[in-house]
Design a protein around this ligand. Structure first.
Ligand code: ZN
Ligand code: FE
Length: 252
């Protein structure tokens, strides 16, 4: 499984997946036609389009690509009326194959009601859309804080050596937020050096490993006593701490 990162719009990432045995080509969340087509064109075909959720910056090129390559579009059954051109409706925990690659559908509502992640278990690769970002998490537009917290925990419970590909390059701003509320975290300081080096040379900070994220992403560390104390919430539950952090991030 080869994953090619396609920067789109101002800070979106689409991902091309090449499965070599059968030559199957798929794309995750095609944001804009031209940027995606430039990469797809090298393969002369596009078998599948996979959408994590219905937002325009993730489905923007669905119809144009489907028309050009006669691709099949896959997304959550809950978004059957909102994902343009959808053909194959996916359900929670369902396993599905694109060529010889099998993925599991992880239902992760919060950012939107029908948000899903694609987890390729054998390859240990997850596409998390706008739910888990490097050092951050998505805004809560359609769901509740409880839902988002549970969704992040589902991702947190995947194997720690899972490589994560998310929907946006928000890492720098997320890093600054983590540093503000988790200032003594030594892993965060190492991560800062790595992130700044990548961004300086115009490289994506994606993918990242879950193991790294669990040590550094404040939204996965809501059980940490020092973070709780820093927020003045030492006796609060983890989900209360999460809600507070998400609200603070909204106006950061
Ligand atoms: Zn979104
Ligand atoms: Fe987005």
């Amino acid at each position: 499984m080869i994953v090619e990162i396609i920067p789109c719009l101002s800070d979106n990432y689409s991902y091309l997946i090449h499965e070599k045995e059968t030559g199957t080509i798929s794309i995750i969340d095609p944001s804009e036609f031209n940027a995606c087509d430039k990469i797809i064109n090298k393969h002369k075909k596009l078998d599948f389009i996979l959408n994590t959720h219905h937002h325009a910056d993730h489905v923007g090129a669905n119809l144009e690509l489907k028309k050009k390559y006669n691709s099949k579009i896959l997304g959550s059954n809950l978004d059957k009326n909102r994902i343009p051109g959808i053909d194959i409706l996916l359900e929670e925990n369902q396993k599905h194959k694109i060529g010889n690659l099998e993925f599991e559908v992880i239902f992760i509502p919060g950012h939107t009601k029908g948000h899903i992640a694609f987890f390729f278990k054998k390859e240990k690769i997850a596409f998390t859309g706008d739910t888990l970002f490097s050092l951050g998490c998505g805004r809560i537009f359609e769901g509740t804080h409880d839902e988002m917290f549970n969704s992040l925990n589902k991702i947190k419970n995947l194997p720690t050596d899972t490589k994560v590909y998310c929907g946006h390059e928000y890492t720098k701003s997320n890093l600054n937020f983590c540093l503000e509320h988790d200032p003594n975290n030594i892993y965060l300081k190492d991560k800062k050096i790595d992130i700044e080096r990548k961004l300086k040379s115009n490289q994506p900070t994606i993918p990242f490993t879950l193991a790294d994220e669990i040590k550094t992403n404040i939204f996965l560390r809501c059980d940490d006593l020092e973070i709780k104390r820093g927020l003045g919430l030492k006796d609060s539950s983890d989900v209360e701490v999460f809600s507070k952090l998400r609200d603070l991030k909204d106006s950061f």
